[in-house]
Design a protein around this ligand. Structure first.
Ligand code: CU
Ligand code: CU
Ligand code: CU
Length: 340
């Protein structure tokens, strides 16, 4: 091959896209669904695929997504893809009366957009957000894997998603109402469950752990991890130029923080909202946003331990789903029952 030909072949190769963007097509429904927050406290939600949180959408940076959303409830909804750039696709931003008409009961709407930027994102309804997002469970995680993972990304051995929300039990069975000034939230959940019905975060010594924290409700949270220093590594999906070392992180509605830590201190370690009012169930203390980092090395059947005989649900923090091939992953742990 002549040198000139070689040069032109190289030029063509250099101009080709680095990695092929996958086209990914997903179908979702929105369903009137009763979920249980804790004990006997039930709540009427408008649930994506009948689960709260909604299914994990896990894709790669640059993928072309097409999501068909069928509204099987009696009220209008949309989906907003919080943080997605929507370059050239503003009509898929999911805002009723601004980018689209709301999806009416019985209708289907198709969203088409590129998954960018990379990081921890989420999706939520944008109709009557004060009710639908604040207390009807209309949210789920959207994780976009980076084309060029950082050294920190590459170190992660255990990856968990935690979505935080609050609820006002006065509206539990009054769909179409609630989320107005004067309401007082009295239940607080991680991935739709309040302590003691949350799940432990299981690690082993030597793990490098990432917790993807997503503020999906309407309250502030001040999450504290005992026994470790973590790095606040990314804000709203974007790695910080200089990670912050901390043991407590404050985040508000819509915000995401990725925090990472070395599992270097075997034990049973409390994780809780340090806004102490968020660790109640209704009028009863010792509930809400509490869980425990459990090391495999430590026996769980200690007589004093409140979770000594806990039924463990491995995918409660999407840990198993995150290891599956990219795609949309429903989670049986979050399924409710059809609401009357
Ligand atoms: Cu809605
Ligand atoms: Cu948002
Ligand atoms: Cu504490």
């Amino acid at each position: 091959m002549a040198v000139a030909e070689l040069v032109s072949v190289v030029a063509v190769l250099a101009s080709a896209p680095a990695a092929d963007a996958e086209k990914r097509v997903f179908n979702m429904t929105i369903e009137d669904t009763t979920i249980t927050l804790v004990g006997s406290q039930k709540f009427h939600t408008f649930a994506f695929d009948g689960q709260v949180p909604g299914p994990l959408i896990h894709v790669a940076e640059g993928d072309d997504l097409e999501v068909n959303v069928e509204n099987d409830t009696t009220l209008p909804h949309t989906i907003h893809w919080h943080g997605m750039l929507q370059t050239g696709t503003w009509q898929s931003d999911g805002v009723p009366d601004t980018t689209q008409p709301a999806i009416q009961p019985g209708e289907t709407y198709t969203y088409r957009f590129k998954a960018e930027p990379a990081g921890t994102y989420w999706y939520h309804c944008h109709v009557n957000v004060n009710e639908h997002v604040a207390m009807r469970g209309m949210w789920g995680p959207l994780i976009v894997d980076p084309k060029n993972p950082t050294d920190t990304d590459k170190r992660v051995t255990k990856d968990f998603i935690l979505m935080f929300s609050s609820w006002d039990s006065a509206y539990a069975d009054k769909p179409g109402y609630g989320g107005v000034p004067g309401d007082v939230a009295d239940f607080f959940t991680i991935n739709g469950k309040a302590f003691p019905d949350t799940q432990p975060i299981r690690v082993k010594k030597g793990d490098f752990v990432r917790l993807r924290l997503i503020g999906a409700g309407d309250e502030l949270h001040s999450l504290h991890l005992h026994g470790h220093v973590f790095q606040i590594y990314a804000k709203d999906g974007h790695p910080l130029p200089a990670p912050i070392q901390a043991d407590t992180v404050l985040f508000g509605p819509g915000e995401r923080y990725d925090i990472v830590f070395e599992a270097n201190n075997p034990g049973l370690w409390m994780v809780h909202d340090h806004i102490d009012m968020h660790t109640v169930n209704g009028k009863t203390p010792m509930g809400g946003i509490m869980t425990v980092v459990e090391y495999d090395e430590i026996p769980k059947d200690q007589p004093f331990y409140h979770w000594a005989h806990k039924q463990f649900v491995p995918d409660f923090y999407y840990e198993e789903s995150l290891k599956q091939p990219l795609g949309l992953h429903e989670n049986p742990a979050f399924k409710g029952t059809p609401a009357p």
